[in-house]
Design a protein around this ligand. Structure first.
Ligand code: MG
Length: 259
């Protein structure tokens, strides 16, 4: 089977590994299953996630990590984008550069930019919004790593997510973004093509209903909600029965039953 796991709230919470995660996933791999990861977080590059997961004890290869920054780079490569304006962190910029595109600055002439790519950017400003708007009005297309409006911080706090920035760029430009992250199909299709698994042999696992579970459901894969993150059992009661996940697990440690 192919397992596609979310990261934050699923295999770890900030810097803390979910109890039993390392052992359970290693056990699945020993039984011949393939374990991969998909995250909407575009702050880090694939290389940075690789180091992070390895540092936590996970047995993972770089190509088993489908993070939104890498996926954005791959999308731009597919589209043969030459010049891109980026609102986003270093991880996203690194992946976009690696995909063979040139990152242009705010002062670039309004014409000739192929894409504006948007990820979470803690230095987001009016100047960046203005530049993005002008490039899009000049013909650039809009790409977003994800549309998560908020993300959770420690002690029950909430921060503005990438989706809040994307919404402002959409409002200013009048154009809708193509979203490379979950719940869109791009990352799942890439993982299937890369591993050769069929949808019926794929289990998507995550803690957030609107992104992780719909990511699997939209594509037609099996889904498992873990209760170590955002969505609770109570939240699921508001979801129509046929749209609920196939499995609800206390944590990823319960994936042992699929070994
Ligand atoms: Mg999550």
């Amino acid at each position: 089977m192919l397992f596609i796991l979310d990261l934050d709230g699923c295999v770890y919470r900030e810097s803390q590994v979910v109890k039993g995660a390392v052992k359970t996933l290693a056990c699945l791999q020993e039984k011949g299953h393939t374990v991969t990861y998909a995250t909407n977080n575009a702050l880090l590059s694939r290389k940075q996630y690789f180091k992070r997961l390895r540092g936590m004890g996970f047995n993972v290869k770089p190509e088993e990590i489908m993070c939104a920054a890498y996926a954005a780079g791959e999308f731009l490569r597919k589209k043969k984008a030459k010049k891109v304006f980026v609102i986003g962190a270093k991880g996203l910029r690194d992946e976009i550069r690696k995909a063979g595109t040139r990152i242009v600055g705010e002062k670039h002439s309004v014409k000739g930019v192929d894409f504006v790519a948007v990820g979470l950017d803690r230095q987001f400003s009016f100047e960046k919004l203005l530049a993005a708007q002008q490039f899009i009005l000049g013909g650039a297309k809009l790409l977003a790593t994800n549309k998560d409006a908020t993300y959770p911080g420690a002690n029950n706090t909430v921060f503005p997510g990438c989706g809040s920035i994307v919404a402002s760029v959409e409002a200013a430009s009048g154009k809708k973004a193509f979203v490379v992250g979950k719940p869109g199909p791009f990352m799942l299709e890439k993982l299937l093509a890369q591993t050769g698994y069929a949808l019926k042999d794929t289990l998507v696992v995550g803690d957030r209903y609107e992104t992780d579970i719909l990511f699997g459901k939209n594509a037609g894969a099996k889904t498992a909600l873990v209760l170590t993150g955002i969505t609770s059992k109570k939240d699921l009661k508001r979801v129509p029965k046929k749209l609920r996940p196939d499995y609800v697990l206390q944590s990823v440690a319960e994936l042992a039953r699929f070994a």
